[in-house]
Design a protein around this ligand. Structure first.
Ligand SMILES: Nc1c(C(=O)O)ncn1[C@@H]1O[C@H](COP(=O)(O)O)[C@@H](O)[C@H]1O
Length: 160
């Protein structure tokens, strides 16, 4: 059960760390890599080949600004790629969101909300859970706990 987290710059680390936190919570092993499609294209290709050989099953790719990285990774592999638009730069992440979500067919990138690396990891876990029953059970237990917590909180009156 292996995932990879790849992002375009060290400056994306605080956002992408949220994906690592979720993987740790669910016991999914992961590797993390800072790689940019336009700054180190050869190294990116080599790394994707290595990840495939090592049995990586899903890739989370985060980038800001003109976020080519997730789409370029998706072009190099048929592993599912989940893109995280990072809100670096002056456009609040809208630039990265559109760059990632608007991938031309037939090379899709599943896209989560701006800076929502946690959701990318939850989705990656759900993909892995199709194959790994213990992970499936962990996710179901997690959802049950979440529902119970919300029900407790929302069942109470609120002071406004
Ligand atoms: N969008 C890309 C790519 C790429 O798509 O290959 N490489 C870096 N970046 C993004 O540039 C932003 C600024 O990076 P720097 O802080 O290193 O200048 C980061 O959010 C990164 O993801």
């Amino acid at each position: 059960m292996k995932a990879a987290i790849i992002f375009g710059s060290k400056s994306d680390s605080p956002v992408m760390k949220k994906a690592a936190d979720v993987f740790r919570e669910f016991g999914v092993s992961y590797s993390a890599h800072i790689l940019s499609a336009h700054r180190v294209p050869e190294l990116l290709r080599e790394t994707i080949e290595t990840l495939e050989k090592d049995g990586t099953e899903v890739i989370i790719a985060g980038a800001g600004l003109a976020a080519h990285l997730p789409g370029v990774i998706a072009s190099m592999t048929i592993l599912p790629v989940i893109g995280v638009p990072v809100s670096s730069g002056g456009l609040g992440g809208m630039d990265a969101l559109l760059s990632i979500v608007q991938m031309p067919k037939p090379i899709p990138v599943a896209t989560v909300g701006v800076d929502n690396a946690a959701n990318a990891a939850y989705l990656a876990c759900q993909m892995l859970a199709l194959k790994y029953e213990p992970l499936r059970e962990k996710i179901i237990a997690f959802r049950d706990r979440m529902k119970a917590d919300f029900a407790r909180e929302q069942g109470q009156g609120v002071e406004l």
